[in-house]
Design a protein around this ligand. Structure first.
Ligand code: ATP
Length: 312
């Protein structure tokens, strides 16, 4: 258990004087759906391109399956599947024929395998349709099907839901969940959307301006985060006296018709239970600082100039 599938060690990439990625240390464990989260320009694609050996790091190294990528490039990358840019297919060919063609380039992947990946991507009923008649979401799923042709142990998806409508996003997320739960594929999923990572990822790293801000289990990171909560009850003074003695509560005060306090995200139900147990009627418990605010705060508090060589 807890086998590290991929690790970056002080990974750094400069474009001239700008650090696209700086001193990045991330660990992806077997079985993870690893959310690689950061706003536009944070350095996600640059990191993924280094992981896939499409560009060279300026400094640092990458280990995949315990092996130095630089020394074991082709051996390691054979076990990795990826979807990094908009997938490119022949529009006048069917999905099946596209995958047959790609399969033949990769050393004759057999037909059963092709049908299997189309089934996983929920495209088997449409496999004879020409790709030009596919929706954007279907093309993305076909791109993922293609990435599965070599039975990858590690699948890397760079912003796989980008540009999709809510339905398409949902279908891609469901596919990621299936790959993880039924096929035990380790997945790295980059995204700039917190709610997307929250829904599918087990662990995550947040990066901004090329640097790691936090990494760990998604629920732990999000639950530990404190939020401001507004509570409306029928007996403000009694509720105040009760809550102020709880060790997870801070900055508590009565303001207008509310009790306002700071507590970790996962404590809202405890607060409710405590009040109700003490015969206090609770009419609302409203978290005022959402996870989205937390993410924005983490990713907006540095100035882009901090990325320049002289500052890092
Ligand atoms: P996005 O979701 O917008 O693609 P990202 O997190 O993937 O964002 P990157 O594309 O890795 O971010 O970009 C990181 C930084 O590196 C940005 O400041 C970008 O302008 C810069 N950058 C990326 N590629 C190049 C390049 N080929 N030449 C110069 N600068 C680059």
């Amino acid at each position: 258990m807890n086998e590290i599938v991929l690790e970056t060690k002080n990974l750094t990439k400069y474009y001239k004087k700008v650090a696209a990625v700086y001193d990045l240390n991330i660990q992806v464990f077997r079985g993870d759906v690893f959310g690689f989260l950061g706003p536009n320009g944070a350095g996600k694609s640059t990191t993924i391109r280094m992981i896939l050996s499409l560009i060279k790091p300026t400094n640092g190294k990458i280990e995949i399956f315990g092996k130095d990528l630089k020394k074991h490039r082709s051996e390691v990358l054979k076990r990795v599947g990826s979807l990094v840019e908009k997938p490119d297919f022949y529009n006048h060919l069917s999905a099946l024929d596209n995958l047959k063609f790609i399969g033949s380039l990769n050393g004759n992947v057999d037909n059963n395998k092709i049908k299997k990946v189309l089934e996983i991507a929920n495209l088997i009923d449409r496999m004879h349709d020409k790709v030009k008649n596919y929706s954007h979401g279907m093309k993305q799923r076909l791109g993922i099907a293609q990435a599965l042709l070599n039975d990858p142990e590690l699948l890397i998806l760079d912003e796989p839901t980008s540009g999709l409508d809510p339905n398409g996003m949902h279908e891609v997320r469901e596919l990621i969940k299936t790959l993880s739960s039924e096929f035990n594929t380790t997945i790295i999923l980059s995204s700039h959307l917190l709610y997307e990572v929250e829904q599918v990822a087990t662990r995550m790293a947040i990066i901004n301006l090329g640097k790691l801000i936090v990494q760990g289990k998604v629920q732990e990171i999000l639950n530990d985060e404190k939020q401001i909560i507004h509570i409306k009850v029928d007996n403000l003074q009694k509720a105040f006296e009760l809550l102020k003695n709880e060790n997870y509560v801070s900055d508590i005060k009565i303001e207008d018709v509310f009790i306002k306090l700071t507590a970790p995200n996962n404590k809202t139900s405890d607060i409710n239970e405590l009040l109700v147990k003490n015969q206090i009627k609770v009419s609302s418990i409203i978290p005022k600082r959402t996870l989205e605010d937390y993410y924005l705060e983490l990713t907006q508090n540095e100035h882009p100039k901090m990325r320049m060589k002289k500052n890092v």
